[in-house]
Ligand binder design. Structure first.
Ligand SMILES: CC(C)(COP(=O)(O)OP(=O)(O)OC[C@H]1O[C@@H](n2cnc3c(N)ncnc32)[C@H](O)[C@@H]1OP(=O)(O)O)[C@@H](O)C(=O)NCCC(=O)NCCS
Length: 207
């Protein structure tokens, strides 16, 4: 694999937020903001976690798993942090990464519900998309959303992502295969001129 970016460069500052991989030194504030989550707001919201699950050991394992996944170019998870309070607010991630001649990633995001409705989600996802295009050298980002997830759909519309259509029976939600509405954006949409793929994978070395 060639061209993978070092962790120290995986950081994006927006007006009010910082996006970067979570570190173990974030533990206290990560725990605090997780406990401050309000009761579950809707079916897309995880709601407050059980306090006993918020151990340092759990976070350590999660951080280490994410680091290994980054090194293999499989998953990039960026914690969303408030610049002022330094609190962990949620995450933006990129998975289903395809390099070769695609340079594609599927984007996911979630914000602790105490921070909803203040534009943080849109700001964080915009920052995440910049990281994907500029640092991860992704060319196309897509977000798959359930058609009744109005907040998420509105967020993509606000970012001027293109609505491409519905992928039927595309995603297994733990119970069944569901349809997702797809929104996309490419590097050109933020003014980047990407002439060719820059990150290659082990498959490039094999074939
Ligand atoms: C999606 C999510 C990140 C949005 O976070 P947020 O910080 O509240 O988003 P913003 O404040 O930036 O608002 C985005 C837009 O959605 C709108 N919105 C929020 N809730 C809405 C709802 N229930 N119906 C319609 N629009 C809604 C906001 O009004 C805003 O649009 P506007 O500026 O035109 O008014 C957050 O709701 C979340 O974490 N949801 C649970 C996880 C999830 O669904 N992730 C996405 C999976 S695809």
């Amino acid at each position: 694999m060639k061209g993978i970016i070092e962790d120290s460069k995986l950081i994006k500052r927006t007006e009010r937020l910082i996006l970067r991989p979570v570190e173990i030194s974030d533990y206290s504030l990560w725990r605090e903001s997780s406990l401050e989550r309000l009761p579950k707001q809707n079916e897309f919201d995880k709601g407050p976690p059980a306090e006993k699950t918020l151990t340092k050991q759990f976070l350590k394992k999660w951080i280490s798993g994410n680091k290994k996944a980054r090194q293999k170019d499989l998953l990039y998870t960026f914690g969303i942090f408030d610049k002022k309070s330094k609190k962990y607010m949620g995450l933006v991630n990129f998975c289903v990464i395809s390099r070769l001649s695609y340079q594609f990633a599927n984007m996911g995001y979630e914000l602790h519900n105490q921070y909803w409705g203040q534009g943080y989600g849109t700001e964080a996802v915009h920052g995440g998309i910049e990281l994907a295009f500029k640092k991860l050298k992704i060319h196309r980002v897509e977000a798959g959303i359930e058609s009744h997830n109005k907040a998420s759909i509105r967020l993509c519309e606000k970012l001027k992502m293109r609505k491409e259509g519905i992928r039927e029976k595309y995603f297994f939600n733990g119970k069944e295969w569901i349809d997702l509405v797809y929104f996309s954006m490419t590097a050109e949409d933020i003014g980047l001129k990407r002439t060719k793929p820059t990150i290659t994978t082990s498959l490039n070395d094999l074939i």
